[in-house]
Design a protein around this ligand. Structure first.
Ligand SMILES: Nc1nc2c([nH]c(=O)n2[C@@H]2O[C@H](COP(=O)(O)OP(=O)(O)OP(=O)(O)O)[C@@H](O)[C@H]2O)c(=O)[nH]1
Length: 130
């Protein structure tokens, strides 16, 4: 079982989404940036480390959403999503095929990694209540 943290990074009313490259696992799927938690690492620290490595961004890590367990054909993950904030929209694209800021109501148009689907649904439901 992989333990993966991911960041739902807000700036104004947009969040940062990322498309995996064709050389990564789950090629071309969209995800929230993040990565594997290393042994004995605290999850929020792991998330700040991954976001700094992948995007050269500093984020504030906030509320944890409910973790998602998903069994892909060749591996299983527990995905730990966190609501995060960035005071800037600037990033450097280091690993992904594409990175973009997007409004929540547009997230359903993307081909998400399967583990992310319940997270995206939850974000859309929350915004519709407002
Ligand atoms: N980062 C991230 N990974 C996700 C998400 N959803 C999801 O199924 N995953 C899967 O979780 C795993 C995370 O691995 P990763 O490749 O991003 O992590 P990493 O940077 O630590 O990997 P590395 O050690 O290969 O560089 C991948 O297999 C990825 O497909 C998501 O929203 N964000």
């Amino acid at each position: 079982m992989l333990h993966v943290v991911c960041a739902i990074i807000y700036n104004d009313d947009e969040i940062l989404i990322a498309q995996r490259s064709d050389k990564m696992a789950l090629p071309l799927k969209w995800e929230f940036p993040g990565g594997k938690v290393e042994r004995s690492e605290e999850k929020k620290m792991a998330l700040q480390r991954e976001i700094n490595e992948e995007l050269a961004m500093e984020i504030e890590v906030g509320e944890a959403l409910e973790p998602v367990i998903y069994h892909y054909k060749s591996f299983s993950i527990t995905l730990y999503p966190y609501i995060c904030n960035s005071s800037s929209k600037a990033f450097i694209k280091r690993e992904h095929r594409e990175i973009r800021w997007e409004k929540i109501e547009n997230l359903k148009k993307y081909d998400w990694a399967a583990a992310d689907v319940p997270v995206v649904k939850k974000l859309i439901t929350e915004i519709n209540k407002m």
